[in-house]
Design a protein around this ligand. Sequence first.
Ligand SMILES: [Zn+2]
Length: 385
Amino acid sequence: MMPLPYGGKLINRMPDGPDLARKTEDARILPSISPLIDHVYDAEKICTGAYSPLDGFMSQEDFTHVLEKGTLSNGMPWTMPIFLAPAGKENTAVLDGARASDTIAIADVAGKPFALLTVDEKFPLPKSDVAKKIYGTTDNAHPNVSDISGMGDTCVSGRLELLGRLPHVKFEYTPQETREIFKQKGWKNVAGYQARNPPHTAHEYIQRATLERDDIDALFIQPVIGKLKKGDYRADVIMDAYEAFVSSYYRPDRTLLGSLSIAMRYAGPKAVLFYAIVRRNYGCSHYIVGRDQAGVGNYYDPYGGHRIFDEFDVGVIPLRYEETFYCRACGGMASTKLCPHGAEFHQSTSQTGIRKALAEGKPLPSEILRPEVARILRRGDVINE
Ligand SMILES: [Zn+2]
């Protein structure tokens, strides 16, 4: 069954009609802050309901609960803090001047106000606590930890309202839109698939196994393409590759491709649970968790993301998959769950290997990459600098 949004109802902080016109007009003369792109995307997602039940940036009480207990202050499981801590002199001056219940504008990266924040409270950002308790390390080599270092020292909480959608690469639906699409297509049980790379055969194997289940009506593939790491594939490349792949190999009446423009959180299991909650808001009843989802380096237990669903119930059924690979002895894709052969028979589908072959102009075997995807990865200028 399509689950209710997390917390029971979909948050909608998108004024329309004369109300929107008036607020847009007001925004032009309000003090304005320009946060990092991470926070810009978060603000939009809060307003569209993707982060339901949040209707604004977290209060200190919620923030502290997330860090200490992995829940909101009302006890609902929630593992990633959603906060606003803009850096820079001009932003700090606006925050210093803001009192509770004042309204300030939030500008997108082009400097245009796209959201309003009604200030609730201000509190210090405990940077090393967030790094340690959420990401498990204070090492600046970790991409999210390094991002936190560059944020401001003060968080500002408060409810948000969206004045207009941000520009996106393609297929960026709101939860309201995907829920409508699922309903129209008659899909009750939809499995959410998280991606942050162009698809290779190991991803495909898991997606196909999911589509073969008789308790699944459809697959919603939703790559996270907000801010990626330096050296990752570019957002448009990931979406183009997925579009070519999905349209070539999957039934349109059982698959939907959408993007999720938010900053990638490499927090291992905590990020997995957060991503599952977000997919529930988009209407997914199930959520696919492979090996080492949302991992980076060797910071997290690769199967911690499987186990976190035993600890926290967020109303989404996890579909857990082990490591998958091409096995020459099996003569096809397999996983550690069924293949009896040694590693010498396994062809890894690691992105590092794919990237190396691309850089050296070597062929990419179809055991690893579909030709439609390989074509897009070969078009040059595919990496996020
Ligand atoms: Zn085998």
